[in-house]
Write a protein that binds this ligand. Structure first.
Ligand code: DP6
Length: 329
């Protein structure tokens, strides 16, 4: 925990009174970015270089139970986690930012996300942790503040305190007080996301190191914030006017542009596996044949398909192993 983090937490909690209970619990959905967050302007406060826009995954996410305890312990899906494991150290280091609530915690985390499918569990994980902490401490923080605290754990977690379409504003303030997420006032019940598990190859480099390497070494990175800014405007407009092809095309190009910055880093970051490339071509072929189908990819080999309910049966026929998610219930 650094001084700058301690000061940030103090600022966010200013005026919040503690009315501590023995425990707290919360659920937060996972989310998938349609316009990605890639690059930090401040690593300690997880302040991004560019804004991002995501869709939350409804009931797929993380449920966390938090209790004050004599000794810290972390459980994941019912199993005790080795304290040296990075999941346990990241969780407990995060809770160390809040000594005013307690010194030791028992954390029980249940993920109902298919972990192998490359869906970031850190986003829903830190969002649920902050919300459970707020419940335990009795602060009653608003979502904007919860989003700022979740951001300290993982950038994408700032978006997971909300359902639906969510924009994380990058902000410009060095102290991070204007960098938080906000829910867009829009529902799109026909919107579908398809999850394909293509490869279980472990990522060679995590998002955190990957984005730092890209910012430091990629010649293409300069154009990334400019594109991300424009893409968010187009996606917001597409959501407003229900223009699915405009949304899909912009999201797909945004993801592949992010991968272009990764590949132009040194040493190159190539998260895509041969199966990923095969799938990108398959989606292009299906689209050329008239199917309204697009894709997005995060820092890993797995592909997420974007389509509407009207295309669902054709998409399922083309991808029999697809897990289909309805973000709007
Ligand atoms: C490619 O939020 O996992 O999924 O802030 O370092 O914890 P840290 O990174 P993280 O990065 C997510 C990157 C991404 C794009 C996105 O979700 O916007």
């Amino acid at each position: 925990m650094s001084d700058i983090q301690t000061q940030f937490v103090k600022n966010v909690l200013a005026g919040a009174e503690i009315e501590r209970k023995a425990g707290g619990s919360a659920f937060a959905p996972s989310n998938i970015a349609l316009s990605k967050y890639w690059g930090k302007r401040n690593a300690e406060l997880n302040l991004p270089i560019n804004s991002s826009l995501s869709v939350s995954l409804g009931r797929l996410g993380t449920q966390t139970e938090l209790r004050l305890a004599d000794e810290s312990a972390v459980y994941l899906n019912g199993e005790s986690v080795d304290p040296a494991d990075s999941f346990a150290t990241r969780t407990l280091e995060f809770l160390n930012l809040f000594p005013m609530v307690g010194k030791h915690f028992e954390v029980r985390t249940e993920n109902n996300i298919p972990t192998a499918a490359g869906l970031a569990s850190s986003a829903s994980g830190f969002a649920a942790l902050v919300m459970a902490l707020d419940d335990l401490a009795g602060w009653g923080l608003d979502k904007q503040k919860l989003s700022m605290l979740a951001r300290l754990g993982s950038g994408s977690a700032s978006r997971s305190v909300f359902d639906g379409f969510v924009q994380w504003h990058a902000g410009t303030d060095d102290e991070g007080t204007d960098s938080f997420a906000e829910r867009l006032d829009a529902e799109w019940p026909e919107f579908r996301i398809g999850i394909l598990e293509l490869s279980r190859v472990r990522k060679p480099v995590g998002s955190r190191d990957g984005m730092n390497r890209t910012v430091e070494t990629s010649e293409l990175y300069n154009s990334w914030p400019v594109q991300a800014h424009a893409d968010i405007d187009v996606i917001r407009r597409a959501i407003e006017v229900r223009d699915f092809p405009m949304l899909g095309k912009t999201a797909e190009r945004n993801a592949l542009s992010m991968h272009a910055t990764m590949m132009s880093a040194w040493p190159p970051l190539i998260y895509l596996q041969p199966e990923s490339i095969g799938m990108i071509h398959k989606v292009q072929r299906l689209r050329a044949d008239g199917l309204e189908l697009y894709l997005t990819i995060d820092a890993g080999p797995n592909i997420k398909l974007l389509f509407l309910e009207s295309a669902a049966s054709d998409v399922r026929a083309a991808f029999p192993d697809l897990q289909v998610i309805q973000p709007f219930g």
